[in-house]
Design a protein around this ligand. Structure first.
Ligand SMILES: [Zn+2]
Length: 238
């Protein structure tokens, strides 16, 4: 890495032997990922995106310019170039570590306080092709958050479910009717009388998608969960 050499050691242990299992909380949570908020959850709480890259962008651009100035085309690069280049790489490394650390802490907190977490199965790579959004999406750290939620989910025997994101912000949580709305419309208003904050309702729909057909009938699906099944029996409390 930009700041030195690392040595990685691996030990094979059965995580269930060494990890204390958490008590059932009776809570389930749906997460609607976004850019204005990192996510809105099904309880109506939101988390601000940390925007580490945006905060570091000026400094990184300055380091990049300094590096470019020292670059000599077609010649052996000077030590000053190498130093500048390393400083720039270190700057990026710092941002990616901040993002990773933030996602890890948040994911652990979510896993500790919920039995089941549902989120959208977003194809981040496809979304990032939209250049206008790419920086913000990368900076939000959706992939890192999902990775750590799934990691801690397995480690602590919690359910994590990625659902198809289609229509989660359009479909009425109460009656299922599709209410088309542009991104600027922040409130869902349905003729059935149901009114809810757009993002909270999306999170509720995501949770609903993850739990429909599961609540009270885990036993039917357990085979599909393979190794997790033994951990999950009797944990469908929400
Ligand atoms: Zn409705």
């Amino acid at each position: 890495r930009a700041d030195g050499y690392y040595c990685q050691l691996m030990l094979k242990l059965d995580a269930r032997d060494i990890t204390p299992q958490l008590e059932s909380t009776g809570h389930c949570l749906g997460l609607d990922l976004g850019l204005k908020y990192l996510y809105a959850d099904s309880n109506g709480n939101t988390v601000e995106p940390p925007k580490y890259y945006r905060k570091a962008e000026k400094r990184l651009n300055k380091l990049n310019r300094r590096k470019s100035k020292k670059f000599k085309r077609g010649q052996k690069q000077s030590n000053n170039y190498k130093k500048a280049s390393q400083k720039y790489a270190k700057g990026h490394l710092k941002v990616s570590r901040q993002r990773e650390e933030f996602a890890k802490k948040l994911a652990l907190r979510l896993i500790q306080s919920n039995d089941l977490i549902a989120y959208e199965d977003l194809k981040v790579k496809n979304l990032v092709r939209n250049r206008k959004l790419a920086k913000s999406i990368n900076d939000a750290g959706w992939s890192q958050l999902r990775k750590w939620i799934e990691y801690f989910g397995i480690k602590y025997g919690r359910l994590t479910i990625a659902v198809n994101p289609a229509y989660t912000s359009q479909e009425c949580f109460n009656c299922g009717r599709l209410i088309q709305k542009s991104l600027s419309v922040r409130t869902h208003v349905c003729s059935c009388g149901y009114v809810e904050d757009r993002d909270k309702m999306a999170a509720l729909n995501i949770l609903k998608k993850a739990t429909i057909g599961h609540i009270g009938s885990w036993s039917l699906d357990l085979n599909a969960w393979g190794d997790l099944s033994s951990i999950l029996v009797g944990r469908n409390t929400c």
